[in-house]
Design a protein around this ligand. Structure first.
Ligand SMILES: O=C(O)[C@H](O)[C@@H](O)[C@H](O)[C@H](O)COP(=O)(O)O
Length: 299
């Protein structure tokens, strides 16, 4: 089977390698001439069999993805299919599917998990869209997913949008889990009663209730930098945590852990917190409680 792959960044380039290793013939396109197989999107489309093409889109979510999908709407033919594998908002999928359907082009949305480790371990895949199209694309999904039973690394989660919705919830869970491990790490470090914190976390990696791949990765990070002195405490977010919390509000589902984990990231970017300055000022106003001058660090 031969497919097109648009976007050969960190994720796409590794996926091309894994697909090829799995017996899928991949024609890749990227604006970066050093990694691309063809010179343009049109050349990529021409290199595939018309009417049965699959083009996997793996570019940053939002405007770049919209641009690629609409360019493909003009280049592909009826019977072809676009597979959108970026970290897109699930509501974008209906729009993409509709724009492509007007040209007789099919659409699948896929949540892809695994990061840079996916090349070696395989990618967890959550797919939304028509069952017949999913069936036709199975060889591609099988090459990308981890080895083992299909239902332990792949799901046809539902109609268009379900793949990205599932990935959004997955990422919300990811925020909460990371935050819990991180808080446990900080508490272990806070007292000198546990003298081997990295060793304690490592010991938890087998047999315990909290063993997991994220814990393994924290152990790895601490082996490289035992007190995490080399990195700052600034934590970015790419949007999926915010979307998860938005959805929770929409559906009136309480998500205290995931919301707190998202807000902890916002706090991480504040050199000083205006809200906590206000709390200190209020305590001072009503109770005459002491405040520290700006810039003074605790003893
Ligand atoms: O499952 C995955 O492989 C990860 O969830 C990945 O898709 C994630 O998007 C980014 O690596 C970080 O996302 P944040 O910037 O939101 O933390």
């Amino acid at each position: 089977m031969r497919i097109g792959l648009v976007g050969l960044g960190k994720m796409g380039a590794n996926m091309r390698t894994r697909l090829r290793a799995g017996g899928i013939d991949v024609v890749g396109y990227d604006r970066n001439p050093e990694v691309t197989d063809v010179g343009s999107l049109a050349e990529l489309v021409d290199a595939l069999p018309a009417g049965e093409r699959f083009v996997w889109v793996m570019v940053p979510a939002g405007d770049i993805t919209h641009g690629v999908v609409s360019a493909l709407a003009g280049l592909l033919a009826p019977g072809d299919t676009v597979i959108e594998g970026g970290n897109s908002h699930y509501q974008d999928d209906a729009r993409h599917a509709q724009a492509l359907a007007e040209h007789g082009i099919g659409y699948l949305d896929v949540g892809v998990s695994g990061g840079v480790w996916g090349l070696e371990n395989g990618y967890g895949l959550m797919v939304g869209g028509d069952a017949a199209l999913v069936e036709r694309a199975l060889p591609v999904f099988d090459a990308l997913r981890p080895e083992g039973p299909r239902d332990e690394g792949f799901v046809h989660a539902g109609a268009v949008g379900a793949g990205h919705y599932a990935k959004m919830v997955h990422n919300g869970i990811e925020y909460g889990l990371m935050q819990a491990y991180a808080e446990g790490f900080e508490l272990l470090e806070a007292k000198d009663i546990v003298t081997d914190v990295p060793g304690t976390l490592k010991a938890w990696s087998r047999g315990t209730v909290v063993r997991s791949w994220l814990l393994d990765l924290l152990v790895k990070a601490l082996e490289e930098d035992p007190s995490l002195d080399e990195i700052s405490d600034w934590v970015e977010d790419s949007g999926e945590g915010r979307w998860t919390v938005d959805e929770a509000i929409d559906s009136a589902v309480p998500l205290p852990v995931i919301s707190a984990a998202l807000f902890a990231r916002f706090s991480s970017r504040q050199g000083a917190s205006p809200a906590m300055k206000a709390v200190a000022a209020l305590r001072h106003q009503f109770g005459g409680h002491a405040v520290r001058p700006a810039g003074q660090s605790p003893e």
